[in-house]
Design a protein around this ligand. Sequence first.
Ligand SMILES: [Zn+2]
Ligand SMILES: [Zn+2]
Length: 384
Amino acid sequence: MFWYDEQRMDGWLAELKQCEAQIGELRARQGVLINELSKRDIAQRQGARTIVEWVESTLDMSRSVASDLVFGMRWFGRFRSIEHRFVEGLASFDRAIATLRLAQTGADLQVVKSSEQLDLHNVARLCGRQRRMTRRDERRAFTERFCMAQPTLDESSWKIAAQLPGFEGRVFAKALQDRADEFRRLPGGEESTRAQRQADALVAMANDSLDRTGDATETAGPAVAVFVNLDEANTSGGETGAEIEYGPRVGPNTIESLLCTGSVQVIGLEDGRPVVTSDSAKAIPQAVRRFVAWRDGGCTIDACQSRYRLQPHHIRERRHGGAHDPGNLTTLCWYHHHVAIHGNGFQIDPDSPRGRRRLSRPRTGPDPPDRQATYPVTINRNNQ
Ligand SMILES: [Zn+2]
Ligand SMILES: [Zn+2]
């Protein structure tokens, strides 16, 4: 490296730190302005529940930054020495807020001073240890609880955010982890990440709530209509997805899973008008469902003992012409059905014994040409 390059790097570094100092100054000014607006009940006037919520939406910033700003605005005045270090540029905005939070717990001066030797993560830990929980603090943690589930614009996925008081948060986290740990490893040592398994666990908990007969054999899933744009579907090998009558756009995997579990009617559209309805997508007849459940007596995947939300699955998928006859059906638990097969793309090895089914490797991307179907359900124009 040449000397002038090192000089340039020094310059960049200095500028980088300077930028941070400027951000700090701007944050301090924002704090002053928010304080003035807050005194005039800006949040209430504009229909926000709290000042943090108002800052979050007005400045389009994350909740944590908004709450740091509001916290700073409330507490700097009472801890002038911390404010001073910040204003003098001796502490970054984040450092000042962390120190302020520590001081606000009631930690003595010596402890606050010693926190200068720690990184921010450890200041936060120290803060947790110093915290004296008053009735008021407890009350605040309780009132600030929330849980929101929000779909993306096309409802192809949902974001869930929540904040719970300490104890309830622990209960939730424990239940979620325990549930996630119940989900077994997938073949080939491939395991979903912890976060993915926790997402599965959350869905399983929601299912339980909707259907409190948890381990009973599911009789029929949702009766839904699926709308398919035929022009799109036929040119894309069924990879475009479809719309469900009550909103979300779903892909071929979800439709296949619906076809296994519920009664689905597929409606083909041309120019926005229904031209064909599918006859082939009728639900598995009740008697066949019951027979299969009785015959299998539980999840048929080798060594799986789960009886959780047992469902019939088509070994040869519906879209590849798999029929509803008992020979093509096998009973699976919710995890193997929704997560392993329809979610991760594993398939039942058709050569595995009936009561000891094996899964074969997931397929990625569109079907190979010899297995390609026009759509998850074969729509026959003649069977209107
Ligand atoms: Zn299935
Ligand atoms: Zn299973």
